[in-house]
Design a protein around this ligand. Structure first.
Ligand code: 8YV
Length: 323
């Protein structure tokens, strides 16, 4: 009797979806949400053929060498910077991710974070909850407008384009974008977006939103020099990866009053947060929840499970990604 493949599920996610894996594999689930150390992950993945992971688990050459039976890694993320794609390809390990199912939910959140930051909603709520609201003031948490202003989108992929449509069509914003490659004119027309170099985008945008895929080349893409290019009082929103922004430089730009506001959903070293951000003014901080609506998180888990089942049954992956 052929042995059924063995699969590790590294996170406690929707059991009614994960149980579908039992149709084709022996499943080792994870009852809690403890973060795996690399050694724990290697130990648990040894002898397994498939892995369900999130961006809390890193897949690198050392792990792959310790787990030679691994045939497929299915991540419940669209970003894959936690996976060494070249090392997986070199070992014939299929990698799948969850694009498209999260695009609109994440784009909604990108606009929400932009509005919350520009209009100082974080500081305003803390002020009210602290019992400090005593009287009306004409300029109480008076922030900057979003409608009719210029939004610079860095990373005009699926999520960036969904945000550009919301900005242009919903808020009458002028959209500039910077991308590794220039988009087809049709898309520019659809999003009413114009291509700019990064420096031009930073200098010409009242609000800048980061939605680019992360790689070591993108680390600290936005540092002190780039922040200084942004107009005084402008807004920076990051829904990409924490490493894209030099957080100390950002906190300094906020404290000095150069930057009007920031909205961050991702952080270097998350879930640990750089203390300079916790003390900075006019910044809205959220715990990596941009794709977190129940329907979307269910769709992501379902797609990740469907990818595992397909590959373990010898069929093509639904949404593979390669280096
Ligand atoms: C994930 C994300 O849900 O998809 C990504 O790349 O960052 C989020 O949508 C989050 O990382 C938890 O897995």
């Amino acid at each position: 009797e052929t042995q059924r493949p063995r699969v590790l599920v590294t996170r406690a996610v929707f059991p009614d979806i994960v149980t579908q894996l039992a149709r084709v594999a022996e499943v080792e689930a994870t009852p809690d949400d403890a973060i795996h150390t690399p050694a724990q992950l290697r130990l648990r993945l040894r002898g397994k053929h498939g892995a369900f992971i999130t961006n809390s688990e890193r897949i690198d050459a050392q792990l792959l060498d310790a787990c030679p039976d691994l045939r497929v890694v299915s991540t419940m993320t669209v970003g894959v910077d936690h996976i060494d794609l070249a090392a997986c390809a070199a070992r014939g390990v299929v990698v799948t991710h969850t694009p498209d199912v999260l695009t609109e939910t994440t784009a909604d959140f990108g606009m929400a974070l932009l509005l919350a930051a520009a209009r100082q909603m974080g500081d305003a709520e803390r002020y009210l909850r602290a019992g400090q609201w005593r009287k009306w003031r004409y300029d109480l948490f008076a922030g900057s407008d979003v409608h009719g202003t210029t939004l610079g989108v860095v990373g005009m992929g699926r999520i960036g384009q969904a945000i550009a449509r919301r900005a242009a069509l919903g808020f009458n914003m002028r959209v500039l974008y910077h991308n590794r490659s220039r988009l087809a004119a049709g898309i520019e027309q659809d999003c009413r977006a114009a291509y700019r170099t990064l420096d031009e985008l930073l200098a010409q945008s009242q609000h800048v939103l980061l939605a680019l895929p992360y790689s070591p080349a993108a680390r600290h893409l936005i540092g002190a020099r780039e922040l200084a290019l942004m107009p005084p009082g402008s807004t920076l929103v990051n829904i990409a990866r924490g490493g894209v922004v030099d957080e100390a430089a950002l906190a300094d730009a906020l404290r000095r009053g150069h930057l009007g506001a920031a909205g961050l959903d991702v952080f270097e070293g998350e879930p640990a947060i750089n203390p300079v951000l916790l003390d900075a003014p006019r910044v809205v901080l959220t715990p990596h929840i941009a794709s977190a609506s129940i329907p979307t998180r269910r769709a992501m888990v379902q797609l990740a499970v469907d990818n595992l089942i397909a590959v373990l049954q010898g069929r093509s992956a639904i949404t593979p990604i390669s280096a």
